[in-house]
Design a protein around this ligand. Structure first.
Ligand code: HEC
Length: 329
């Protein structure tokens, strides 16, 4: 057995300290010695430019039916939201997309006490779950959710509704998360069903950029607008949390003091989203205005951040250097 796996509690305690600021929706906090969170679950010998500087392209077929397409957007955002999960996973900033990157797999994933070989995870591990910990080390390869449906274990025939109870168990039992809203659960199942190998772009990977993450944030906010208009406040709050966590992924790459100005503007944008979440929870009438104003200003913020991207950890060479300084051990 891998030596790492015998001391999960100690390692996680150390992680917990490093990551204390990441609990809940506050994704913009400092992070101990690891310049970016993703370094904590990437295999040490992985090429950082590939594992952290690029991302798989998404194989998503957006349904023609607008109602179903809206559900898929809810699921897409929820898939990228750490607060959906609970306990250790949420504290570490882990979300569905950490393991199933852009709906695929993650050959570089390696989390102390959870993985065996890179690209595997034990989702019945007591580290993530107080419910299902089976006391057995049985890490399994992270499946590619965008592969042929016939190769996957859980039926995705929509009428069979098999994914919903499976994902419900993942969230509430494997990952100790709070009960998801019905719209979040349905959306996640609809998102997974909309992943389709025939929809894969020609290029398997693309560089991870400010623009990609800002596009995710905007899509999540648009889903928040739809849910807020439909009166589903709890789901809208999760959608805004998803947008905020994407901003958090930009923020951690803009820590260089030379980038203080764009980072301050990014943080101000995050605070406006926190305000929008409060307004949603209080059911204040200015919610639509706040969300629309944020979206309207987001392109300018994106341009400001993109202009400085090459001086940030979005730059592959800077990223590789930073990866050398990552947490020891
Ligand atoms: C820590 C890594 C990790 C995270 C986080 C994670 N998964 Fe998975 N997922 C796995 C692994 C490993 C399996 C395979 C389990 C097995 O084979 O028993 C799996 C299996 C699945 C399957 C079944 C695939 C099949 O064969 O039919 C679905 C669907 C799925 N995950 C969706 C999700 C969703 C939705 C989330 C977020 C709520 C999520 N996963 C979070 C690692 C992860």
């Amino acid at each position: 057995m891998d030596r790492r796996r015998r001391r999960p509690a100690k390692e996680l305690a150390a992680l917990g300290l490093a990551l204390a600021g990441f609990a809940g929706a506050s994704a913009l906090a400092a992070l101990g010695d690891a310049p970016i969170r993703g370094m904590l679950w990437v295999a040490k010998d992985a090429d950082p430019a590939r594992a952290l500087g690029s991302t798989p392209t998404e194989c998503l077929r957006i349904p023609a039916d607008p109602a179903l397409a809206a559900k898929v957007e809810v699921g897409r955002a929820a898939f990228r939201t750490p607060v959906l999960l609970g306990g250790q996973a949420a504290r570490a900033g882990i979300n569905c997309e950490t393991c199933h990157r852009d709906g695929r797999s993650n050959p570089d994933f390696l989390f102390p006490g959870v993985s065996g070989a890179p690209g595997t995870a034990d989702v019945t591990n007591s580290l993530f779950s107080t419910h299902r910990g089976n006391g057995v080390d049985d890490p399994k390869p992270i499946p590619d959710l965008s592969g042929p449906k016939a190769r996957l274990k859980i039926s995705q025939v929509p009428a069979e509704r098999k994914l919903e109870p499976f994902i419900h168990g993942l969230i509430t039992e494997e990952f100790d998360g709070p009960e998801p809203t019905p719209a979040v659960l349905e959306g996640l199942a609809d998102y997974v069903r909309a992943l389709d190998p025939a929809a894969c772009p020609a290029k398997a990977r693309e560089p991870l950029t400010v623009a990609l993450l800002m596009t995710d944030a905007r899509r999540a906010l648009k889903a928040a607008q739809v849910q807020a208009a439909a009166g589903d406040t709890p789901t809208a709050v999760v959608m805004v949390a998803s947008a905020r966590s994407r901003l958090g992924l930009i923020d951690e790459r803009f820590a260089d003091p030379a980038l203080a100005r764009p980072r301050a503007d990014l943080r101000a944008a995050d605070r406006r989203l926190a305000d929008a979440q409060d307004a949603l929870r209080d059911r204040r009438p200015d919610v639509p205005r706040k969300l629309a104003a944020w979206l309207a200003g987001s392109k300018r913020l994106e341009a400001e951040l993109s202009a400085r991207q090459s001086a940030s950890l979005f730059d592959p060479a800077r990223l590789a250097q930073a990866a050398k300084r990552r947490l020891p051990g």
